[in-house]
Design a protein around this ligand. Structure first.
Ligand code: 9MR
Length: 369
């Protein structure tokens, strides 16, 4: 019996008065703890993935836009905004009464080259780039005021050693580009949760860099209210201790923590250390793709255990956590199939390629039931 049928049978038993237990969904299981979210893709936003949409509506009470609110999509040319997909994304959230996340405003990636240059192709001045950033944030955040509850304002601004990444934002404006982005976002929607979002924040050096950054911003009165720990994880990283320590470190600063992009990679690691740097790539090689036809049961169980371990940590820290978001619905939807090696078959999420819940789904629900 598939897990879905199991859920249906439970529902029937309720109808027959056999057991007073409703079908278990992620959002119901975690109702007392935090919203459970999912990043949704274009097919889901436009209704082409009807089955996916039904699962998203049934299981989740928060959504994130996997790509459609990124600068290159929403603001492809100077003075030209394209809200077609973003409007549909936000309408989905409104229709289903979801905690709707905006991702993201200022990032070094998926931002067109023109943003940093004048008509002659020269790098902009600090003031000109600040004006461009201001216009973008005012326009996008302003449009969705009251319908997007939480914005990833600055994304991935730190290096692994905790120092500030050298991006064109940083080079042209200076280190205070981060503070400015938060100020502009707050001005456009004073009610919105405003997040600094990054990966590998469980590693001590990067975590400490982020703590110092957030502390400084808070001391300056910058309106940052949340830190997003992305949690692009593996079967062995981060440990429960590392995860809990990171959540504690940020919560101690007086900001909320969101688990913003959760997935758990089961494939062999390509680089010496965990990274989610979108600029990193490696050549394909069959050794790096060991499960093209299905995940062995032993690994399926390891994955389920890792998910249960992580959710136990999240529940233990629920007072500090504003949401937990999976970075995609099914394994087939996941970015991990093409990064850092193209064309692999990964199994990082709670629903399989067939749309059915996996053992990891049961393990996550089992943490609180
Ligand atoms: O999942 C996203 C994938 O579809 C895009 O191709 C990729 C391009 O940069 O971005 C992915 O999402 C990233 C997110 O926006 C920021 N953190 C890392 C995520 C995975 O790369």
């Amino acid at each position: 019996m598939t897990a879905w049928r199991g859920v249906l049978v439970l529902g029937l038993m309720v109808g027959m008065g056999v057991a007073a237990q409703a079908p278990v969904t992620l959002k119901d299981a975690y109702k007392a703890d935090f919203p459970v979210g999912v990043a949704i893709n274009t097919a889901q936003i436009t209704g082409q993935d009807a089955r996916g949409d039904a699962t998203i509506a049934a299981q989740f009470d928060s959504i994130s836009p996997e790509n459609v609110l990124k600068w290159e999509v929403i603001h492809p040319q100077p003075g030209k905004y394209d809200f077609t997909l973003a409007d549909q994304y936000v309408a989905f959230g409104v229709e289903h009464h979801m905690w709707t996340v905006g991702h993201n405003l200022v990032w070094h990636s998926q931002v067109p080259g023109w943003v940093f240059r004048d008509d002659q192709g020269n790098l902009l001045t600090r003031d000109a780039l600040l004006e461009r950033m201001h216009d973008h944030i005012r326009t996008v955040v302003g449009r969705y005021k009251g319908r997007i509850q939480s914005w990833d304002v600055v994304n991935e601004a730190l290096n692994e050693d905790g120092t500030l990444r050298t991006s064109l934002w940083e080079k042209i404006i200076g280190d205070d580009y981060i503070a400015k982005a938060f100020e502009y976002a707050h001005e456009a929607d004073p009610q919105a949760e405003l997040t600094y979002n990054d990966y590998n924040l469980e590693n001590a050096a990067k975590r400490d860099g982020a703590v110092a950054l957030v502390k400084k911003l808070r001391a300056e009165g910058v309106p940052i209210t949340c830190v997003g720990i992305q949690d692009h994880d593996s079967l062995t990283w981060p440990t429960a201790q590392q995860e809990g320590d990171a959540i504690d470190a940020f919560a101690a600063l007086g900001v909320k923590v969101s688990i913003s992009e959760l997935d758990v990679d089961v494939l062999p690691s390509v680089f010496g250390q965990q990274t989610s740097d979108v600029g990193a790539h490696a050549a394909s090689n069959p050794k790096l793709n060991p499960y093209p036809n299905g995940l062995p049961d032993a690994v399926q169980q390891q994955l389920a255990q890792k998910y249960a371990e992580l959710f136990r940590v999240f529940v233990a820290h629920k007072a500090s956590i504003s949401r937990v978001t999976l970075w995609g619905l099914t394994d087939g939807d996941s970015w991990k199939n093409d990064w850092p090696v193209r064309g692999r078959t990964d199994y990082p999420l709670l629903f399989g390629r067939d749309g059915e819940p996996k053992a990891a789904f049961g393990a996550v629900v089992g943490v609180v039931r």
